[in-house]
Ligand binder design. Sequence first.
Ligand code: URA
Length: 285
Amino acid sequence: MKADLQFDDNMRLNRFLAEAGVCSRRDADTLIFARQVTVNGKVIDLPSFRIDPRQDAVKVSGKRVHPQPLVYILLNKPEGVISTLQDPEKRATVVDLLKGVRARVYPVGRLDYNTSGVLMLTNDGILALRLMHPRYGFVKTYHAKVSGVPSPIAIRRLCYGVRIEAWSGRYEKTLPTKARLLKKTGKSSVVEIILREGRQHQVKKMCAAIGNPVEKLMRVKFGFLSASGLALGAWRYLSTAEVAKIKSFEPEPITPTPKMNKKKPGQGRRGMTKSNKPTKRKIRN
Ligand code: URA
């Protein structure tokens, strides 16, 4: 079932061409600058020119381009699939799994090649940006199988923020999260982590920082959406009610759990000792 026959009513010309499946946004800029694009019969050479796709007639090299309805897809991503649209190494991509979907959809955030679980894809660029912003509070729930068993102090450090390496190479503290130990299985254990942010390899870096590297990672929920009923590699369109619920979503503040104990006299910052300070570890994709 296609959830929503909705269209954006005010969008930039380059985004319209990309979302209508003509080409990428960058290639759309090139077409527009090359004066190949008309809106209601007039040449427009400004990529940011705003149009109403339901009213305005857009043509590329004389051929009419029709708007694509907005689609919202939920995929249960298996491991061994990349969540970008193309891969220079020619590995399978999430789009290869979406047989029968004609719209040009993009993943909302990313899951690593070897991470499985819930991934939303859409051609609604505005909603995607909102969902990815930590302020919107659309949280992501992960189950990480980690080596060893994190101590209660280590779990508390996950909740209150640990320093992880950012793109810039600098170490930055993660936002407050909820984290708990779900089960112990011999030499490893399963930790649940609920994140507002979506930094690259965030869960792996956070677990490495507390000394319990991730062995296997699954995203079990994206906001209120779970992969329940979807086999690995399967997908479905979101229902109209689900899309409406996402659009009217009101974030709840994340209060870290468990609560931090009061500092004892003589105790260092956040109970950190030399042995539990973050260590720099290499993360594999
Ligand atoms: N954190 C990670 O480390 N990897 C993912 O794929 C998602 C979150």
